[in-house]
Design a binder for this molecule. Structure first.
Ligand code: EPU
Length: 432
């Protein structure tokens, strides 16, 4: 989809099925390259970023295809290249995840550096420093990282506790899994998606102590074996639907989810006046008034997720009172604010924070999405707004949300898309 049209003002009601996690699935696909044998992954969402990663695995020579029952089968025994195509890396930074497994299993990885990103500066220096600490020779030349290592050696990797990195934690854990000896990673990230990858690797035979904590002790093994694994649910998608319910004064249940993964988000939504009910595998939110203003600061897990910051900003834009949202992870993640202002919001961005002075009503307008989460936030703004909102750049939302318009329609939203095939990534190209 490329253009999304929304007629706002309809309270969303019903139950919505949450897909598998995008940021949980991407590491699983990359980690499958480490495995000697067949991996079957369940609950992998059909979104463009996953299709891009599947294309990456295939470009390296691996077999990767969806079965009829929805399982994604990956077999790395036919890998015949250690060189990641630039065309895929430039589409999705998550493709840098193949570096660790290629280096660990084949002693060599040639991966283009991902380059600029609309949500802010996103270097990969922590990844590269870690590969070097593990004994790899790394050259950065002509826009790519070329790394070689006969066999990496266990080491101590101290990561900056002020800038915990999801990506570097995952990449270095994968690299260390087959290194000689023990690697200790300090100040590791512990996002649920990172932890799920650690559990997957452990189930495949890796030796990782401290799973789910900030200190990991990884003792290298010679080989990982095939397995079946189910990806966790997408807590960002679940949070998006809950905030949509809050914005439209409706009542929505999201399932299946692990409410523990959403504690901070639930806390903020309760402070905003939402009524929230938790069950073992679901969360229900109902709201019948304007939200109260809440100050929010993004932080690594278990802090408030940066990926839900734009949606939260939309909620605060119609709150009673003023709130401050601080963004501590990505410096350009307020890029949706100018579009929101065009819909009637009163927001000022300064020094990594935005002050939202709540207005009683947003108004539909033509707006442009600049990234996945900004696009989702503008959809939410359109659902709450009076009149029609037309969002250009809707294809970006498809990178991270499976059938978001279909799911919102099932909750009563008046939302439509104007299909426009993306000639570079046809949606069904990775289906069999
Ligand atoms: N950083 C560095 N050097 C590095 C790596 C990170 O300075 O080598 C900095 C980043 O610039 C940032 C901070 O460390 O300021 C944290 O970045 P992190 O490495 O944690 O982010 P990431 O792994 O690149 C993942 C998600 C993002 C999510 C962030 C933070 C995937 C594929 N991406 O990115 O998701 O926002 O963690 O939780 O898992 C999204 O889904 O829309 C998205 C951007």
């Amino acid at each position: 989809m490329s253009r999304i049209t929304i007629h706002g003002g309809v309270p969303l009601r019903g139950t919505v099925r949450v897909s598998g996690s995008k940021n949980g699935s991407l590491p699983l696909l990359a980690a499958s390259l480490l495995v000697d044998g067949e991996v079957v992954l369940h609950n992998i969402p059909h979104i463009r970023d996953i299709h891009t990663m599947i294309r990456m695995l295939r470009a390296l020579g691996a077999r990767a295809e969806f079965r009829e029952d929805g399982g994604l089968v990956i077999d790395g025994s036919s890998i015949n290249s250690v060189s990641a195509p630039y065309d895929l890396v430039r589409r999705m930074r998550g493709s840098f995840y193949v570096a660790g497994p290629l280096l660990a299993r084949f002693g060599e990885a040639h991966v283009p550096l991902p380059g600029g990103c609309v949500i802010g500066s996103r270097p990969v220096d922590f990844h590269i420093r870690g590969f070097k600490a593990l004994g790899a020779e790394v050259e950065e030349k002509h826009g790519a990282m070329h790394a070689t290592a006969q066999r990496m050696r266990g080491t101590r990797i101290y990561m900056d506790p002020r800038l915990r990195s999801v990506g570097a934690t995952v990449n270095l854990t994968m690299a260390a899994c087959m290194a000689e000896g023990t690697t200790v990673i300090e100040n590791a990230s512990r996002e649920p998606e990172v932890v799920d990858c650690q559990k997957f690797l452990t189930a495949a035979g890796a030796q990782i102590q401290g799973v789910g904590t900030t200190t990991l002790r990884i003792t290298g093994v010679e080989q990982l074996h095939g397995l079946e694994w189910t990806a966790i649910s997408d807590r960002m998608e679940a949070g998006t639907f809950l905030i949509a319910a809050a914005l439209t004064r409706g009542e929505v249940t999201v399932e299946p989810v692990d409410p523990e993964h959403m504690s901070m988000v639930i806390d903020v939504l309760e402070q905003a006046g939402c009524d929230i009910r938790l069950a073992e595998r679901s969360v229900t939110l109902s709201m019948d008034d304007r939200p109260d203003a809440v100050d929010v600061m993004t932080a690594p897990y278990p802090g408030y997720p940066t990926d839900l910051q734009p949606n939260t900003g939309v909620l605060m834009s119609i709150a009673r009172g003023a709130s401050v949202i601080e963004e501590t992870i990505f410096d350009a993640r307020f890029n949706y604010v100018d579009e929101l202002i065009r819909m009637g919001a009163d927001v000022r961005v300064m020094d990594g924070a935005a002050i939202f002075k709540g207005v009683p009503q947003l108004f539909g307008a033509p707006v442009v999405a600049t990234d996945i989460r900004a696009g989702a936030a503008l959809i939410l703004a359109g659902l709450a707004a009076e009149g029609e909102t037309e969002i250009s750049g809707g294809a970006l939302v498809d990178r991270g949300y499976e059938d978001i318009t279909g799911k919102l329609s099932s909750l009563g939203a008046r939302i439509a898309t104007a299909p426009e095939a993306d000639p570079e990534t046809p949606d069904d190209e990775c289906l069999v």
